[in-house]
Write a protein that binds this ligand. Structure first.
Ligand code: G3H
Ligand code: 13P
Ligand code: ZN
Length: 307
């Protein structure tokens, strides 16, 4: 059942687990997410970036998710706009039928971020759509970043408290040291767990971890085994994900892991069968690899068995 992101995450927040928010650009990824949810009896958030909407169309992505939600009516699912950059982008997603929107105005000054977020909340709530916002800037805490740069990029708990109260936002993504993509840490992985707990204590809302791909060793090896290059890649270890959930994270965003798992299989088939021309022969094993990865992730997040 397609429901509001706020409703979906309130249950996770109360019971202390996290729902995986998995990115899609096409039908195969959406099918894989629902198949994993069905296997693991897990709620899910399916999300599409502005780039995904540009690629496939917002109404198309909504139609795919709506169709799958009718095929699996027992699965609670929210469809989220990932990193909406403007009010107009959020309104477009709401018109397409999305049940959650992220307004990412975190790169703007605090007051501007707050004003835009408030307006998104006003419109979204009238349509029973949940709203996510971000505070701080997502960037890896790398060895060559100065202390000043590092603290400037992290969430400020005072601001977080004030922002949540004043905006009425349903869930908040605090920057605690992750970054998007396959190269998250130069040295040892490090996240600001104490800061996360402080933000949870001060805001009392479900929190979101962006840039949460783990780059599991077997998935990286499968990709590199086909001649792919992910040298120097490093994700958020599974035990960090668990610690983040214990600290108040209830939504865990994952795109890169899905991309690597999918493309490793596409590459393998291309290498093994150079004359294969049927896209389905690539996409069927690729989709299965994504199902396997998501099933394992649902165990880590504690969302398995929650429906
Ligand atoms: O947060 C970013 C997501 O991985 C989406 O990436 O803008 O390439 O669709 P994208
Ligand atoms: P990853 O790049 O770690 O998968 O993060 C995805 C994300 O945060 C989408 O919003
Ligand atoms: Zn993100």
């Amino acid at each position: 059942m397609l429901i509001s992101g706020a409703k979906l995450l309130q249950k996770a927040h109360k019971e202390g687990y996290a729902v995986g928010a998995f990115n899609i650009n096409n039908m195969e990824m959406a099918q894989a997410i629902f198949e994993a949810a069905d296997k693991m009896s897990s709620p899910i958030i399916v999300q599409a970036s502005e780039g995904a909407i540009k690629y496939a169309g917002g109404t198309m992505l909504h139609a795919i998710v709506k169709n799958l939600s009718e095929k699996y009516p027992h699965i609670p699912v929210a469809l989220n706009l990932d990193h909406g950059t403007t009010l107009e982008s959020c309104v477009h997603a709401i018109r397409c039928g999305f049940t959650s929107v992220m307004i990412d105005a975190s790169h703007h000054p605090f007051e501007e971020n707050l004003a835009t977020t408030k307006e998104v909340v006003r419109i979204a709530h009238a349509a029973d759509v949940g709203v996510e916002a971000e505070l701080g800037r997502l960037m890896g805490i790398e060895d060559n970043i100065s202390v000043d740069e590092k603290s400037a990029s992290l969430v400020d708990p005072d601001e977080a408290e004030q922002f949540v109260k004043a905006s009425g936002v349903d869930y908040l993504a605090p920057a605690i040291g992750t970054s998007h993509g396959a190269f998250k840490f130069k040295g040892e992985p490090k996240l600001e767990f104490e800061l996360l707990k402080e933000v949870k204590r001060r805001t009392g809302v479900p929190l979101v971890l962006h840039g949460a791909s783990a780059i599991p060793e077997e998935v990286r090896a499968a990709f590199e085994g086909t001649g792919g290059d992910l040298k120097g890649s490093k994700g958020v270890p599974a035990n960090f994900l668990k610690e983040a959930i214990a600290g108040g994270i209830n939504k865990v965003n994952t795109d890169t892991d899905l991309r690597i798992a999918f493309m490793a299989e596409v590459r393998r088939v291309a290498n093994e069968k150079p004359s294969e021309i049927d896209p389905r022969k690539f996409f069927i094993p690729a989709r299965e690899a994504v199902v396997k990865l998501i099933c394992e992730r649902m165990e880590t997040l504690g969302s398995a068995g929650r429906i």
